[in-house]
Ligand binder design. Structure first.
Ligand SMILES: [Zn+2]
Ligand SMILES: [Zn+2]
Length: 264
């Protein structure tokens, strides 16, 4: 095979110059086709880059005062950049105990840092975003974070296996909404109190329970003010079938987990 003139010259150049020379040599032979491939590759890499890198201005709430900065969520973890150096943080996902997307403008990061005033409690970082946090942040964290996650962001994708009208019980009164059971998650979408909406992956649920077919309790890993974990109690408007409850139960308590429990 005849050596192309570009390739001879390339041997005496730096590695980068050699790559460029090699590409231009190929281009000599295959003209525009390679350029199209490179352009498509660059475009695909570009969109992936955007999808895994979220930055937005936030206010860090602490009592009477607050500091401001930028929260960035990437494949590496979460970083809070602020001029107030004492509160600047960078957490890898493993260093975070739990993330709560409490509303479209609120994200709470529960860390393992000891709380300054409350002995034995972990320190939460509560951030308020200047604008609505993108929906993609929730999907990104659900795919990336293995620790418990609580999200009030409800994406309407896929057809649920079961759908039941429900009332979420509060200490006083309640809110109205719908429970939807999917293959990979359970969702409560509140109609009148969006910040009570939740989408839980099975691993985000600590326990499920019920007293009869019209009452369902979901105990989560979310810390509750004045108690260890937050429990959601629902009155169901139509009965939850045995089949649907078994489906949920089997996913919340996978066989390996059940074997471990019974050995204890
Ligand atoms: Zn602060
Ligand atoms: Zn509610």
């Amino acid at each position: 095979m005849r050596t192309h003139p570009h390739e001879v010259a390339a041997q005496r150049r730096s590695p980068r110059a050699r790559v460029i020379a090699a590409v231009s040599a190929v281009r000599c032979r295959w003209s525009g086709r390679i350029l199209v491939v490179l352009a498509l590759w660059a475009r695909a890499a570009g969109t992936e880059g955007i999808a895994q890198d979220f930055r937005f201005p936030v206010r860090h709430d602490h009592g009477l005062r607050s500091c401001r900065g930028e929260l960035s969520i990437t494949a590496e973890g979460i970083e809070y950049r602020t001029a107030y150096a004492k509160h600047a943080r960078r957490w890898a996902f493993e260093e975070i105990r739990m993330i709560v997307l409490a509303s479209r403008r609120e994200i709470v990061i529960h860390t393992y840092e000891p709380h300054r005033w409350a002995l034995g409690r972990d320190r939460p970082f509560r951030f308020e975003a200047a604008q609505e946090i993108p929906m993609e942040v929730s999907a990104f964290l659900s795919a990336r974070v293995r620790r418990p996650l609580a999200t009030s962001f409800i994406a309407a994708d896929g057809a649920p296996l079961h759908e039941i009208g429900a009332r979420h019980r509060h200490r006083f009164g309640g809110c109205q909404g719908t429970i939807r059971i999917y293959a990979d998650r359970i969702v409560y979408e509140s109609r009148d109190r969006p910040r009570d909406s939740r989408a839980w992956r099975w691993s985000d649920i600590r326990r499920v329970g019920r007293f009869g077919p019209y009452w369902l309790e979901i105990v989560t890993y979310e810390p509750e003010f004045g108690g260890p974990t937050r429990s959601y109690v629902f009155d169901l408007k139509t009965s939850l079938s045995e089949e649907a409850y078994d489906f949920v139960w089997e996913r919340v308590y996978p066989p390996a987990h059940r074997a471990k429990e019974s050995n204890q």
